[in-house]
Design a protein around this ligand. Structure first.
Ligand SMILES: NC(=O)c1ccc[n+]([C@@H]2O[C@H](COP(=O)([O-])OP(=O)(O)OC[C@H]3O[C@@H](n4cnc5c(N)ncnc54)[C@H](O)[C@@H]3O)[C@@H](O)[C@H]2O)c1
Ligand SMILES: [Fe+2]
Length: 388
């Protein structure tokens, strides 16, 4: 292994129940008087939301709210948000929500700093120079899943291509994150389970990427341990502060760790999400055991170490069984057929998955035929033989 790397762990995080009350003071501290709050209609309707706006206004900050963000945001959301940003004369973005609200907010800040089409910032392209400084971003997650609050990337759907595009710019990394688990109390059990599986997929896939990054690996293992302790509890006891807090930080840890890269769970999940509109965490959860089995020859030793850290007996098999049991407890289906994926779409999905920017990071080389094999197994619900 090449023992060199570029490691980024710089985000300032305020973690703890009630710490949302510190938001307004932190905005004041950076000298901003006009802010655009970006969120989605679901989060804007939650009981805590008016209090956040009132808190900012009480500090003398003039706030506009942009809440027209679709789940899995599209470019039009970013364009409309950018118009709101300029119309308000905003000097920063405060993104509040799940991955959709956070990604849209971060992308609006990027759009404010460039005159180029946003697709020029696709992760696989060289990063273009900005035309103007990027407005600062504060991020407040209300789901415990994507970890977008500590990431430099956003996922925006290109509706013309029917494809989820990952945009990347180092300055999209939020300047401040507030992890206030009380904001996640209202997340329903299904979304708690699905977003939690996204967080698990991030920690797991990041750990499996075969590059030298012991900092991220340590974070990923602890992230998985926290999820093992708390995901089921958070689903069954929505107001359990300890479980919600552990899930929220585990989600941030997953995205911190995936600066290493991700892998085929995400490569396959993206086209399924774009074509069949299934929730990203749900598709990750369905696909996880299949990709893990396919990757077995490359990750068996590493996963056995993870199993030990998580207190699971049986090495790789014990870990795989834990994933299957967790998935069953969370009522996540065993096949992609249950997500309404059709047999006829498998060739298309395999081709798209192969092109996904996460594919080169998968620990076992996965060409189009391999993606097709994993999809066929996930359609039939049959894990046998994938590791050969
Ligand atoms: N930027 C990244 O690194 C990254 C990583 C993974 C996924 N993503 C993207 O993030 C998006 C998914 O984000 P998500 O899984 O957080 O879901 P989401 O943001 O789409 O939210 C799902 C639903 O939950 C509601 N919701 C959010 N918080 C709530 C709360 N506290 N109580 C009640 N309802 C609440 C929202 O209103 C919405 O209807 C996808 O577009 C995915 O591609 C981004
Ligand atoms: Fe994800």
């Amino acid at each position: 292994m090449d023992l060199r790397g570029n490691w980024r762990i710089p985000t300032e995080i305020l973690a703890g129940a009630g710490r949302i009350s510190e938001l307004a003071g932190r905005v004041r501290d950076i000298g901003v008087k006009r802010a655009l709050v970006v969120t989605d209609p679901g989060v804007a309707a939650l009981p805590f939301f008016p209090g956040i706006i009132a808190g900012l206004e009480a500090e003398g900050i003039v706030v506009a709210v942009f809440k027209d963000v679709h789940p899995d945001p599209i470019l039009d959301d970013v364009i409309a948000g950018l118009a709101a940003f300029f119309a308000h004369g905003a000097k920063m973005v405060i993104a509040i929500g799940g991955g959709s609200g956070l990604d849209c907010g971060k992308s609006i800040a990027l759009a404010a700093a460039t005159s180029r089409p946003l697709w020029d910032f696709e992760i696989s392209a060289p990063t273009p120079a900005l035309d103007r400084p990027m407005p600062p971003i504060f991020a407040i997650p209300t789901t415990a899943g994507t970890g977008s609050e500590v990431g430099r990337a956003t996922v925006i759907t290109n509706t013309a291509l029917g494809r989820k595009i990952i945009l990347l710019h180092p300055q999209m990394l939020p300047k401040l994150v507030i992890l206030d688990a009380e904001l996640t109390f209202g997340l329903p059990p299904t979304l708690t389970a699905w977003t939690g599986m996204d967080a698990l997929a991030h920690n797991l896939e990041a750990f499996c990427v075969p590059v030298w990054h012991p900092v991220a690996d340590g974070i990923a293992v602890e992230g998985m341990r926290l999820i093992k302790q708390s995901l089921n509890v958070a689903v069954n006891e929505p107001r359990n502060l300890a479980a919600r807090s552990k899930m929220l930080v585990a989600a941030s840890m997953g995205a911190t760790a995936f600066q290493k890269g991700l892998g085929a769970i995400h490569s396959l999940s993206h086209p399924i999400g774009a074509k069949f509109h299934a929730h990203h965490g749900l598709t990750n959860g369905v696909l996880m055991p299949y990709v893990l089995s396919f990757n077995r020859p490359a990750v068996e030793g590493g996963i056995a170490e993870v199993a030990r850290s998580l207190g699971l007996a049986g090495g790789f098999d014990g870990f795989l069984q834990w994933v299957l049991d967790l998935r069953a407890d969370l009522k996540i289906p065993h096949t992609i057929a249950k997500l309404k994926v059709t047999e006829e779409s498998l060739d298309f999905l395999a081709a798209e998955a192969f092109l996904d920017p996460n594919t080169p990071d998968n620990p076992r080389a996965a060409d189009k035929a391999a993606m097709r094999r994993i999809l066929a197994a996930a359609m039939a619900g049959d894990l046998a033989g994938l590791d050969s």
